[in-house]
Write a protein that binds this ligand. Sequence first.
Ligand code: NCD
Ligand code: ZN
Length: 358
Amino acid sequence: MSAADSSASPSRLVIRQPDDWHVHLRDGAMLADVLPYTIRQFARAIVMPNLSPPAATSGEVAEYRARIMACLPKGSTFTPLMTLYLTDATSPDDLAAGFALGVVTAAKLYPAHATTNSAHGVTAIRGIYPVLERMQEVGMPLLVHGEVTGGDIDIFDREAVFIERVLVPTLRDFPALKLVFEHITTVEAAAFVEAAGENVAATITPHHLQINRNAIFAGGIRPHAYCLPIAKREVHRLALRRAATSGSAKFFLGTDTAPHEVKTKESACGCAGIFNAPHALEAYAMVFEEEGALGRLEGFASEHGPRFYGLPLNESQVVLERQECLVPERIAAGGGEIVPWMAGEVIRWRFAGVQPLG
Ligand code: NCD
Ligand code: ZN
């Protein structure tokens, strides 16, 4: 944050341009319609590979990257950082070749059936040990959807159980593996990451900083507050807010923006996912301001992520102005409509654009 804006309640916030270290950009018409929201605020983004079918080989990742590039407006400098969807059949050679070429930035571990489009995910972590071995060797980050599946584990316990059953043994066997515990939602996950080595970090979404599980059932069932991992008790939200605003370089911005058409959310079996890209930075700014930590937003949003991934910091800035803005109830996309995060709410900041680093 620039010095001139460092008062407790600034009217303008100028920070180095952030990156989004976890986005779902989808494909086809939906990709074309949601991409503008992400590239408006973020210089780079880690793009999730959970398409249907998933981007599970370096070739498929390269093709997906080309489809994203084809949707960028002329002159855009946005960089999609691509991820490869790990399956039981992932080839270490193909993955390492994609990484060496710069086509694949990281590999994504979805436990089979953990979330949207994860049916092809990994059934047992030991089955991909040769892949993890190679990733550790070449320094390629593993991005983890950290939930066990299995109907015997309560949905609210799936992340904490994942730590014991999967993360602890994996990091014991691959102590130097670069690992991002994605979209953490619990006090246990925040504590685990804080205590782990420098090779372990976590992303935190705006919505998990803003709501606890009551929001999913406020006066009736609220499909637009449903995502995976599901929001937990208040004690967990408070732990996430402490972690995000602590200044620790292990925690950084990842929105997990996950658009679904309104008809697939408002359904007898609604999809998991929250579309927060339109006002993501404003949401984070509100949280950091409420915590009296606006001065730490820049580290979380714009510095910790590139440092973990070994990438340069962005040479541009974004400007937020204090102004009340109404979040639209619906946004047209993919031939249908999406209900954005905080729909119908008044937010306290307005995104005023990007400028060269001053
Ligand atoms: C994501 C999606 O819709 O692709 N949904 C979600 O609730 N976050 C998948 C995921 O990241 O788990
Ligand atoms: Zn996600």
